[in-house]
Design a protein around this ligand. Structure first.
Ligand code: FMN
Ligand code: SF4
Length: 395
């Protein structure tokens, strides 16, 4: 697995015992303020500021609070959390302990993607080792009265269970379907208690921030997108793998690093992201430009973009939980339209109606799945319309 040769933040070394001992000497508000001042935004995709989320959970009323690690990693083309769970599990656990201390939780749960069952035994062993070192358990690292432990809960094998409220439903033993919001999990989460759900990478990044400081973190990235990000790079490039790059890197620079210089398009953000054509490769990967949870799929000159659009839409048809009409019917209708294009029987006028349907889904679907399901389709229509109707790709 390739990694950036400059291991900047997430892939850098840290003595977790020392980092936690230092952190536990600080007050809870000081920890939250450090994370907030760093500008860290959640690495799970939505980009909500982590310090603000922790502050909301910390201030919420409730005797019992929870920290949940979202290790469901179901976005097509994303595998960076798998690397962290494999090689950086101690840092993840320490980041969860830190979050537990900051918000006042005693219990952490790793919601582990069903397909990562093979990682469970090693993760259990890591947690056991940390208990032996008093990094988990009671009076952690000598901090009297601070008790925190972590257990693993296996995911249910559905992409929608990565959406934080569906994840909580699944944890509670219900079918994984998104809840109405508000209330948000920070006030009413797992078992009705204040809960902070964070991505694997977010916990590890926060641990480094609290040890090395918000100022240091902000030396990487852009003003609005601070720090670095892990990218899962796959597709038509010479060196696929997981890389750490500063936020604000241009797509062109990223492609140069991974050997994808002849790409005609890049899907940034997985199936739910956007397809960026070659003439826009000067765009930057940052919350203020092209945002992403880290999935980068490179498409070489020979790729048929209609097949790309069909492939992503089939995924959403399978994964829609079916709870709301725009997503349940919209995904199927767009897929039928794409099949019509493939069969040579879709008019330009009908394609325009499908585009309008996609835009309606973005506005009216209940959760992020339906809101983002049309993204790839819409960007492929916008940038590759002539290719969709050019059957030389399919001869
Ligand atoms: C359909 C769907 C799937 C998602 N899957 C994941 C996932 O696998 N991992 C993840 O961290 N966040 C995922 N999210 C985002 C979560 O709802 C949530 O925003 C995130 O876990 C919060 O963590 P963060 O603040 O650290 O980013 C998903 C969202 C949607 C709508
Ligand atoms: S948008 Fe899709 S996945 Fe989300 S609640 Fe509606 S049907 Fe379910």
């Amino acid at each position: 697995m390739s990694k950036s040769n400059k291991n900047l933040i997430v892939f850098s070394e840290i003595d977790i015992e020392k980092a936690l001992k230092n952190a536990l000497q600080k007050s809870r508000p000081d920890i939250i303020n450090e994370v907030r001042d760093s500008g860290l935004k959640g690495r799970g995709g939505a980009g909500f500021p982590t310090g603000i989320k922790w502050n909301l959970a910390a201030s919420a009323q409730g005797d019992c609070k929870f920290v949940i690690c979202n290790a469901d990693e179901g976005e097509p083309g994303t595998f960076k959390d798998r690397v962290l769970l494999t090689d950086y599990a101690q840092q993840l656990a320490a980041g969860m302990v830190l979050a537990g201390y900051a918000i006042g939780a005693k219990e952490g749960i790793i919601y582990l993607r069903a397909e990562y069952t093979y990682l469970k035994a090693d993760l259990e062993k890591t947690l056991e080792d940390l208990r032996a070192k008093n990094i988990l358990g009671e009076n952690i690292c000598g901090k009297q009265g601070f008790n925190f432990d972590i257990h693993i809960h296996m995911g249910s094998g559905a992409y929608i269970c990565g959406e934080e409220t569906a994840l909580i439903e699944s944890l509670e033993g219900q079918r994984g379907e998104p809840r109405n919001r508000p209330p948000f999990p920070v006030t009413v989460g797992y078992l009705g208690c204040p809960t902070s759900v964070n991505n694997v990478e977010t916990f590890i990044t926060a641990l480094h921030i609290v040890e090395k400081g918000a100022k240091w973190f902000k030396t990487h990235g852009t003003e609005k997108s601070t720090g670095t990000k892990l990218f899962s790079v796959s597709g038509d490039c010479e060196n696929p793998g997981v890389y750490e790059f500063p936020m604000g890197i241009t797509i062109e620079e990223l492609l140069n690093q991974v050997g994808g210089q002849d790409a005609k398009a890049v899907q940034v953000g997985g199936a739910s992201g956007n397809c960026i054509p070659r003439h826009q490769f000067s765009k930057t990967i940052a919350y203020e430009d092209v945002a992403t949870g880290g999935s980068i799929i490179v498409f070489g000159p020979h790729r048929d973009m209609l097949q790309v659009a069909i492939n992503f839409m089939e995924f959403f048809c399978d994964e829609s939980c079916g709870q709301c009409t725009p997503c349940r019917i919209g995904t199927e209708t767009i897929l039928e339209g794409l099949d019509m294009i493939e069969d040579g029987c879709c008019s330009v006028k009908y394609l325009r109606e499908l585009v309008s349907l996609g835009e309606t889904m973005q506005l009216s679907s209940k959760c992020g799945l339906g809101q983002s399901a049309p993204n790839a389709f819409l960007s492929i229509v916008e940038h590759f319309k002539s290719e969709l109707f050019d059957d030389s790709f399919r001869r």
